[in-house]
Design a protein around this ligand. Structure first.
Ligand code: CA
Ligand code: CA
Ligand code: CA
Length: 345
C-alpha cells in the first residue's frame, strides 16, 4: 500500500473507532445476561430457591436462576462453597480507582443496631475468558475482602469441604480438610430434600475456597451476625438512605491469585459468588449466602488495557474483540482488536 493511502486508512479507522464506539457502548446492559452455573451446597432453601422440579438438570436449574434474577428475584447458594457463575453482555471493565460491580443479597441490620443483623457473607471471584471459548473455564481470581486484613490468622485459605448425600431427606453430612465433620441439621420449616436434587447421583459434593471466621453471637436470646467491613455479598444491606451501599460494591483491583498475590486485570468476563462460612445459626439453620443479582457500575466503559489479554499465560492463544470489547470470532470482519492492535479487514 502506498504511504498516503496508509495514512488515509488510519484516519478512517480512528473515525470509525470514535463513532462506532460511542453508539455501540450504549447497547451494553448493566445487568446479568447469563447464569452459566448454579452449584449450591446443601441447605434448607435448596431445591426451593429456585424450585427443582422432576426432570430439571443442571442446565435447567441455571436457566431458572437466570429467569429469577432477571425478574429481580433471589436464589440461595446453600452452605459453604455453594456458588453461582454469571456474566454480562460485555466484559466488566476495571475502571481505575472506582468500584466496578454492585452485587445484591438480602442482608439487613438488626433493630437499633448498625454493626450486626443478618449477614451471610459470600466471596466474589472473577475470571477472564482467556481461551476465548465463551465459557467460564479459565483461571479464577478472588476479590480480597476486609477479613483478609481485619481477621488475620482466623481466615482459612484453601478450605475444602465435602458434603455427602446419605438418602432422601436424611441430614446431609460433611467432612473438611482440617479434620472437621458434622451434620447439616434439618428443621421444621423446610421439609424438602436439602441436597441439590439434580446432583444426588454423584452422592457427594466438594467445594474449595476461603473460609471466613464465624460471625454469629447471641444477644438476649437473639442470634445476630456481625457485619464484615466490606468486600462480601449478602453481608450488609443493599441500600442505605436510598443509595447503593458501597459495602455491597466490588473493585476488580482487589483481585488476588491462588497465592494471595494482587493481580492487575483490565476487565473480567465472568463473575462467581460462593458462600464463605460454615456456620449453624441455631434454629435459623446454616449460614447460606443469598444472591439477588448484580450490576456493572459502568457498562459503557471501554477496556483500555486490553493488551493485558495478551500478557496472560496462554501466549499461544489470541483473542479478538470488537470496539466495544465484545469477544468475536477469529474470522470476524470490520475493525477488530487483537493483541492490543487494531485490525481492519
Ligand atoms: Ca475498579
Ligand atoms: Ca473460557
Ligand atoms: Ca442472607
Amino acid at each position: 500500500m502506498r504511504r498516503h493511502n496508509y495514512y488515509l486508512l488510519t484516519l478512517v479507522v480512528l473515525a470509525f473507532v470514535v463513532i462506532t464506539g460511542a453508539s455501540a457502548q450504549s447497547l451494553n446492559t448493566p445487568y446479568i445476561k447469563e447464569v452459566y452455573e448454579y452449584v449450591p451446597a446443601p441447605g434448607q432453601f435448596i431445591n426451593t430457591m429456585p424450585e427443582w422440579e422432576e426432570g430439571d438438570d443442571a442446565a435447567a436449574m441455571a436457566r431458572k436462576c437466570q429467569e429469577i434474577l432477571a425478574d429481580e428475584g433471589m436464589i440461595c447458594l446453600g452452605g459453604f462453597g455453594g456458588y453461582v457463575t454469571f456474566g454480562f453482555d460485555h466484559p466488566v471493565v476495571n475502571v481505575p480507582g472506582a468500584y466496578d460491580l454492585f452485587i445484591k443479597g438480602n442482608a439487613f441490620a438488626a433493630t437499633d443496631k448498625t454493626d450486626c443483623g443478618s449477614s451471610e457473607p459470600g466471596i466474589v471471584m472473577v475470571s477472564r475468558d482467556d481461551n476465548g471459548n465463551g465459557l467460564p473455564d479459565d483461571k479464577w481470581y478472588e476479590l480480597s475482602g476486609s477479613a483478609d486484613t481485619d481477621s488475620i490468622g482466623k481466615v482459612v485459605y484453601n478450605y475444602q469441604i465435602t458434603y455427602t448425600f446419605i438418602g432422601d431427606k436424611k441430614p446431609v453430612t460433611w467432612t473438611d480438610n482440617h479434620g472437621g465433620k458434622g451434620v447439616m441439621p434439618r428443621n421444621a420449616y423446610h421439609s424438602q430434600e436439602y441436597f441439590p436434587a439434580w446432583l444426588t447421583d454423584q452422592r457427594s459434593l466438594s467445594f474449595t475456597g476461603t473460609l471466613l471466621p464465624n460471625n454469629i453471637y447471641v444477644d438476649n436470646g437473639n442470634f445476630l451476625m456481625r457485619f464484615l467491613r466490606y468486600g462480601y455479598v449478602d453481608n450488609k444491606p443493599n441500600i442505605v438512605d436510598g443509595n447503593i451501599n458501597q459495602a455491597c460494591c466490588f473493585n476488580i483491583d482487589w483481585a488476588v491469585d491462588a497465592d494471595r498475590q494482587p493481580v492487575k486485570l483490565s476487565h473480567v468476563d465472568f463473575v462467581r459468588v460462593y458462600c464463605a462460612m460454615n456456620q449453624i445459626n441455631g434454629l435459623l439453620g446454616e449460614t447460606s449466602t443469598e444472591f439477588a443479582g448484580a450490576e456493572d457500575l459502568h457498562p459503557s466503559a471501554v477496556p483500555t488495557g486490553i493488551t493485558d489479554l495478551w500478557q496472560s499465560d496462554n501466549r499461544h492463544r489470541r483473542a479478538y474483540y470488537d470496539l466495544t470489547g465484545r469477544k468475536v470470532s477469529e474470522n470476524a470482519s470490520g475493525v477488530i482488536i487483537s493483541n492490543g492492535r487494531l485490525l481492519v479487514r
